[in-house]
Design a protein around this ligand. Structure first.
Ligand SMILES: Cc1cc2nc3c(=O)[nH]c(=O)nc-3n(C[C@H](O)[C@H](O)[C@H](O)COP(=O)(O)OP(=O)(O)OC[C@H]3O[C@@H](n4cnc5c(N)ncnc54)[C@H](O)[C@@H]3O)c2cc1C
Length: 156
């Protein structure tokens, strides 16, 4: 008997465009497969590429989501947000989640993307040094810019 708390046929780690596209592709090939996406981010999967336009005020928050919650329900794609996969146990075909639950899988898809590299420049850890990768990052930058600030942008 399995000691896992949850189980799925297809476990997808990451709710970026790769993870959601993988779920869409599986569903188009198999109407009955159980599909689970674990996303470390708080928000529903969104168009990451649009974050710069969101910062510039050219795209509103409502237009960022890849799909609304009803889409995941209609396609029977189980989406867990704000949850990390902390460990993969390939021998047992299980993954350990940040809330300590275990999820058993048949197939595992790693769609965990990338995170920004911060060069080890003196002071990089000080408040006010930010990266732009996630919607949360963009919202932090927008909040910071509510009052007049001087900004240096590294990278173009
Ligand atoms: C501001 C910005 C603008 C961009 N503009 C362009 C562009 O114009 N053209 C272009 O081609 N590309 C652009 N990119 C790059 C593009 O967004 C990425 O190539 C793309 O998002 C990669 O998608 P992905 O699904 O592979 O990974 P990601 O989008 O990085 O998604 C991975 C997801 O996995 C989650 N994750 C990671 N580890 C775990 C874990 N252990 N447990 C649970 N979840 C986890 C992460 O939180 C994240 O949500 C841009 C990126 C940014 C940040």
């Amino acid at each position: 008997m399995s000691d896992s708390d949850l189980s799925t046929q297809y476990l997808i780690i990451g709710g970026g465009i790769a993870g959601v596209s993988a779920a869409e592709a599986i569903r188009s090939l198999d109407a009955n497969a159980s599909i689970t996406i674990i996303s470390g981010e708080r928000d529903l999967p969104y168009f990451r590429m649009s974050l710069t336009r969101y910062l510039a005020g050219e795209v509103v928050r409502e237009k960022l989501d890849l799909h609304d919650p009803a889409w995941y329900q209609a396609n029977q794609i189980e989406l867990f947000t704000d949850l990390q996969v902390e460990e993969i146990l390939p021998e047992q075909k299980q993954a350990v989640l940040s809330d300590q639950r275990k999820i058993a899988y048949e197939k595992l898809i790693l769609a965990n993307g990338a995170s920004p590299f911060v060069p080890p420049i003196t002071g990089h850890e000080l408040p006010g040094v930010m990266t732009l990768r996630s919607l949360e990052d963009a919202q932090t930058i927008l909040r910071t810019c509510e009052k007049p600030v001087n900004i240096v942008c590294i990278s173009g």
